[in-house]
Design a protein around this ligand. Structure first.
Ligand SMILES: Nc1ncnc2c1ncn2[C@@H]1O[C@H](COP(=O)(O)OP(=O)(O)OP(=O)(O)O)[C@@H](O)[C@H]1O
Length: 296
């Protein structure tokens, strides 16, 4: 369980994280989404005890991270996969992490196996690793203490499509076994595929949060027909909001309602899609367009 309550971080007059609150429950994967500079990393650093909040608090398993005994046994953290010492081999990095947690060589072998790094790869220096291999190693470090909670900053970064699929399977499996996962990403379609819920932030503030399917539903229905004008009039007569969209209409109603209105109006439908166009990505862009601090 992760509980974030009114978490705020100010740097002088600048507010990097502005009064955010959300929960990640056991058995779920929550995607933390936002454009560059939105405040995701700053918030995750506060959750994992690396930065003190200006106000508010973040609890992991009911306590501030720093108050957890042997936090690595409870919370697996990967904030910067490139931070590993380039001169050490992957196995050395993992062995050090294992020693720190009172674990042994078997645990190192198990963690390597879990993230799909071969013996040969584990023997190579991290400086020569691809970004995808560093992500796998970072994840192995996060997983080695058999934690119940994972906090991962951009874990899919640098992974190829197969790697992304593998990561998704691993995280879903982790959550299915009762684990709690918070991951940040700008790969929106990836979050859409793996997360049960999302928390979207822009300029440090939460702009939307909730179940992925509900957020997409909230985008309404996109419809294209042989006579959009007649269909729009029919829907508006029922008190439904209709907005012209590229080549069609966006309608705040269910697909069934739109289909019935088309039938009543005798209008032939050409296309009818639930959700904001492009799913979560479109919603994300709409919600954060005004909030992007840097070019994404
Ligand atoms: N130590 C600091 N001092 C001043 N400003 C900071 C500091 N750390 C972060 N910031 C600012 O806070 C804002 C949020 O940064 P943060 O790295 O948390 O964003 P992010 O959502 O993780 O972005 P990205 O996806 O680019 O990593 C940025 O404008 C950043 O410049």
């Amino acid at each position: 369980m992760i509980t974030v309550e009114n978490l705020t971080k100010r740097y002088g007059a600048f507010t990097a994280v502005d009064d955010i609150s959300f929960e990640v429950r056991p058995g779920s994967v929550v995607g933390f989404l936002g454009p560059n500079g939105a405040g995701k990393s700053t918030a995750m650093r506060m959750m994992t005890g690396l930065n003190p909040p200006t106000s508010g608090r973040a609890l992991v398993l009911g306590r501030p991270y720093r108050d957890l005994p042997m936090p690595g046994r409870h919370v697996g953290v990967m904030l910067d996969a490139s931070a590993q010492h380039p001169g050490r081999s992957g196995r050395e990095v993992l062995t050090l992490a294992a020693m720190h947690l009172g674990l042994g060589a078997d645990d190192v072998a198990h963690a390597l196996n879990r993230v799909g790094l071969t013996d040969k790869e584990a023997g190579r220096r991290v400086g020569g690793y691809s970004l995808g291999m560093r992500q796998r190693l970072g994840l192995a470090v996060a997983l080695i203490g058999q934690p119940q909670v994972l906090v991962l900053d951009e874990p899919a970064n640098g992974l190829d499509p197969q790697g992304i699929h593998w990561m998704r399977t691993l995280l879903r499996g982790f959550a299915s076994a009762g684990g709690t996962v918070l991951l940040s990403s700008h790969l929106l379609h990836e979050v859409q595929a793996v997360a049960d819920e999302v928390v979207m932030i822009g300029r440090g503030r939460i702009v939307a949060q909730g179940r992925v399917d509900e957020l997409i539903q909230a985008g309404g229905v996109t419809v294209r027909s042989m006579d959009d004008g007649a269909l729009a009039r029919g829907l508006q007569a029922k008190g439904v909001d209709v907005t012209p969209a590229a080549g069609g209409l966006t309608v705040s109603a269910s697909a069934e309602d739109v289909g019935r209105a088309a039938l009543e109006q005798g209008v032939v439908l050409l296309e009818l899609r639930t959700g904001a166009e492009g799913g979560l990505e479109e919603l994300f862009l709409q919600l954060t367009a005004a909030d992007a601090r840097d070019a994404a």
